[in-house]
Design a protein around this ligand. Structure first.
Ligand code: GLC
Length: 742
């Protein structure tokens, strides 16, 4: 049917009015008009991001925030939530300030808001980007229902040093997996349209290279070649930007001498000009003030350095509102710089729809409907199951229901640690402990066994920050004796041990990453009973577990599994669910090996046991205890040799065991010869496949030119002709390979 001219014209007009270009024009007109009314101080006020409320996530607390809101000197606040609290703050801005510009409301929603999911290092171990996206979506539904419109997540810092406590917040050591996780989380949070009031602005952090802090000591310096930056550490940030992340947070560290928070090459040349990022750059907590500690100048100088480098919002230090007006008047900072930064903040608010409806997220009805809803709790349980990594199993798992099981350890009945670090809004009292999840029909026994730690100095550091570590009235020896008695009455022992959650996350680096000594003493005593022992771990980071690997019958890494961790752990222990996690960060044999990671270079003298003069240690193997990509199942998978047909590499995967299981098939590529030395292998693809006992499936990967490309010494992204090897297996240790020439 021929549409008449008028219909076509009307449709064209409607389309034109809704095209991104016309929305941009509309936004530009609105922002131009608003900025035309703003004083310099009010423009700078939009760059101020103080902390207000019950959470303390940094060294100082903002003061006089409400008065500053009334004066139009606040662009957004963070560390508060609930519809009631946000309504009150938004009312101040809308009713008291001269121009009634609505506030942004941010919060650290890192692995869930009220329903807590496994810590990100755990979630990444699921290798399930659809699941990860769903957890971010669920977090956005809860956070937006709780009055928030901005989450300081995802944290995508690549990390190869488990001494750093913040490895718990990221996706491990690999740029390919880290980029996939970054994309999934940005999409989950923003859901394609931040105007929708169930979406929130995401914030990729910490830009950049924070995970390479020297010696794994938090906030420490980063020195790195640009080749290593572009090939290994920058890709996840870039992935988040390409996925449309609305905001970026600068990191505390310096990069080759220039702190990220005043690094113009990083924030303007790379992020904005090369990557095309158009959103808001917020600093990390008092990071501008800390430029003085970095030795970059006095208050005025560091404020100018940071805004001129490309930072838009000043988190907590208030150097922008204190110093920028005079700096502009002295000509040390141009008014255009202020205008550009202010515009980006106003555009974010416009895109969120806050000018239309400043109270879009403050509905108690939505909060009641969304928060800790059944579907989110079951998603949390699913995520906890899929994040667990079975590191060792001599057949003792899954447990038989008719066996008498002794659950021993300070984390058996614990709930606070289950939700881990960066779980601010989470209610640990609603978490399900391992003990609560045990089916009462199983004749299970319990003993505390030991305190979470006996180290009073450590307790004094952790308890002021919600550590909740208590010392039992019995002596450590009495606790052990009691546990040994209980173990003797059981067929099998399940020891639930690990790190207090405060030993992970920010400002929580460790120089020794063993299990805590009192816990190891308990394990040795239990070992003496001769009973089979299943070690269930709850921890923030890879630990050094050589003794445990030699002496435990099974080791199940559960990370901090979130609100439903207890249910998930017992599901896996008793075989109702299959452990399907695979490590995304290498577990070293000892701290001396660090940094140890799978995608290392070959060197000129690769290890050869028959040759003295090769790259090795005299006292430990080069190989890690558990490798990137490693994890066991309750069933057994066989992966056929790699076949290559054109640019398709494939294998047949067969479940040779007796129960359904899920394998994560991993594709690695090695560039045998390059214009610069190339890693011995790099992850370039992964697919999960679930197979019934006896079932097989073909798993194929397309080898694209992009998968062969890397940043060469001139920082050109190139795929160089030559010979390659393609590996397909179930960990980075695989030697299942085929050769091809590109
Ligand atoms: C903290 C963290 C950062 C967090 C911010 C706000 O210092 O480094 O990850 O988002 O402050 O709480």
């Amino acid at each position: 049917m021929k549409r008449n001219f008028l219909t076509v014209a009307v449709l064209a007009l409607i389309t034109a009015c809704n095209s991104p270009k016309s929305i941009d024009n509309e936004m530009n007109r609105f922002v131009d008009e608003l900025m035309g009314k703003m004083t310099l101080e009010e423009k700078i006020g939009q760059l101020n991001l103080p902390s207000i409320g019950f959470d303390v996530t940094g060294p100082i607390l903002s003061k006089g925030v409400e008065e500053k809101i009334e004066k139009g000197l606040v662009g957004g606040v963070f560390n508060t939530y609930t519809p009631e609290a946000m309504r009150k703050l938004q009312e101040l801005a809308i009713t008291k300030s001269r121009l009634k510009i609505p506030l942004l409301f941010g919060y650290d929603v890192i692995h869930g808001h009220k329903t807590i999911f496994p810590i990100p290092l755990g979630l990444s171990s699921s290798w399930d980007t659809a699941l990860i996206r769903k957890t971010a979506r669920a977090a956005a539904l809860e956070a937006s229902a709780d009055g928030l419109n901005w989450v300081f997540s995802p944290m995508v810092d690549i990390a190869r040093d488990p001494r750093w406590g913040r490895v718990s917040e990221g996706a491990g050591e690999d740029e390919f997996l880290g980029s996939a996780v970054a994309r999934a989380m940005v999409v989950g949070y923003q859901n394609g349209d931040i105007r929708d009031n169930s979406s929130v602005m995401a914030c990729v952090k910490h830009f950049a290279l924070y995970g390479a802090a020297e010696a794994g000591r938090d906030y420490n310096s980063v020195d790195m070649s640009v080749s290593k930056m572009f090939n290994h550490y920058l890709p996840p940030y870039r992935a988040a930007v390409d996925a449309g992340v609305a905001t970026v947070m600068t990191s505390f560290n310096d990069i080759n001498g220039i702190p990220a928070t005043c690094n113009k090459w990083l924030l303007t040349d790379l992020l904005r000009e090369q990557w095309g990022f158009k959103g808001v750059v917020a600093t990390d907590y008092t990071a501008i003030a800390e430029l003085e500690n970095h030795g970059m100048g006095n208050r005025q100088e560091v404020a100018a350095l940071s805004i001129n480098a490309g930072a838009d919002m000043d988190m907590v230090s208030e150097y922008f509102i204190d110093e920028l007006p005079a700096l502009v008047r002295e000509g040390k900072v141009s008014e255009k710089t202020i205008d550009d930064a202010c515009r980006r903040v106003l555009e974010a608010k416009y895109k969120l729809g806050l000018f239309e409806d400043p109270y879009r997220n403050v509905s108690t009805e939505r909060a009641e409907r969304e928060i800790m809803s059944e579907d989110k709790l079951s998603l949390s349980r699913e995520a906890a199951i899929k994040s667990m990594v079975l590191l060792k199993n001599n057949g003792v798992l899954p447990l038989q229901k008719d066996k008498r099981v002794a659950f021993i350890g300070p984390l058996v009945k614990d709930k606070r640690n289950l939700i881990g670090n960066w779980s601010g809004a989470g209610d640990w009292k609603k978490a399900i402990s391992v003990w609560e999840a045990i089916d009462s029909s199983t004749n299970s026994l319990y003993a505390l066994g030991c305190n979470l730690t006996d180290d009073k100095a450590l307790i004094d550091k952790l308890n002021p920050h919600d550590g909740q570590i208590t010392l039992d009235s019995k002596s450590p020896q009495q606790l052990i004796d009691e546990a040994v008695q209980v173990a003797r009455r059981a067929d099998v022992v399940v020891a639930v041990l690990g790190e207090p959650f405060g030993m992970g996350g920010e400002a929580a680096s460790r120089s020794n990453i063993d299990l805590l000594s009192n816990q190891k003493t308990l394990l040795r005593a239990l070992r003496q009973t001769g009973k089979p022992i299943v070690l269930v771990l709850m921890n923030s980071r890879p630990l050094t577990l050589e003794w445990e690997d030699e002496n435990m019958d099974a080791i199940l890494e559960t990370w901090y599994g979130g609100t439903m961790a207890g249910e998930a752990i017992t599901d896996v222990l008793f075989g109702a669910a299959e452990p399907e996690g695979r490590l995304t960060m290498t577990f070293p044999r000892n701290v001396g090996q660090i940094p140890v990671y799978y995608n290392h270079k070959n060197t000129g003298r690769p290890f050869d046991e028959n040759q003295k003069y090769t790259s090795k240690y005299l006292d430990v193997a080069n190989t890690p205890l558990y490798s990137f990509g490693y994890g066991l199942s309750y069933t057994a998978f066989e992966i056929s040799p790699v076949t290559l047909s054109g640019n398709i590499a494939s294998v047949k995967v067969t479940n040779k065991g007796t129960r359904t299981g899920t394998e994560t098939v991993q594709l690695y590529i090695r560039d045998l010869v390059g214009s610069s030395s190339r890693p011995i292998k790099q992850l370039k693809g992964f697919k999960k496949v679930t197979l019934k006992a006896g079932e097989s499936a073909d798993v194929a990967f397309e080898i694209t030119t992009d998968l062969l490309s890397f940043y060469n010494a001139e920082l050109k992204y190139v795929a160089e002709k030559g010979d390659f090897e393609v590996y397909i297996g179930n960990s980075s240790d695989t030697e299942n390979k085929a050769k091809f020439t590109f």
